[in-house]
Design a protein. Sequence first.
Length: 192
Amino acid sequence: MAPSVLERRAGLLEAADRVVQREGPAASMNLIAAEAGITKPILYRHFGDKGGLYRALAARHTEALLERLRAALLTRGGLAARTRATVDAYLAAIEERPQVYRFLVQRAAVEEPDVRGDVEGFVRRFGDELAAGIRSEPSLQGIDETRATVWAQGIAGMVQATGDWWLDHPEVPRATVVEELSALLLAGFDLR
C-alpha cells in the first residue's frame, strides 16, 4: 500500500532533517530532494515552496525545544536549580544539534521572513512560559506581572544570544557557560 500524503510529507521532512543535521546552513533544496530520492518539484508539491519546508523544520525543532524547556522549568530544588536546569536544557539542545540551530538561525530565518518570525516567536513564547514560572516561583512571591514579563523576555533573549556566541566558542565547556549565566541571572532576581 502506498504511503498517505501525510506519511509521505513526514518522510520528506525526515530526509530534510537529516540533510540539515549534516550540512547546517549549507543544506539546499537539491540536497534535500536527493536525500529523499525525489526531484525538487515533488518536494515543492508537498511544502509549497522553500519557505514551507523551512517553516515545517522550524516548527518541529522549536516545539521540541520548548517542551524540553518546560520540563526544565519544573525542576525541583528551588530557583537556583530551576535556573541552571533551564539554561542547561537550552544549551544542551544547541550542543546536540548545532547544525540544525545554525540552519534555523543563520539560513532559514535570513532567507524566509516567516521562519524568522517563527524563531523570534519561539523566543517570545519561551519568555511567556518563563514569566509564568517567575510569577509562580515561591522565592519570588509577590512579583507583579509586568516585572515578571520584562525579566522573562530579557532572560530568553540573553540565553539565546549566549547560545549563539557559545556555538562559536566550543572551547568553553557547557557547564561553565551554564554556571556563569545562571549566576548572573540569580544575582538579578532582586526584589528591591
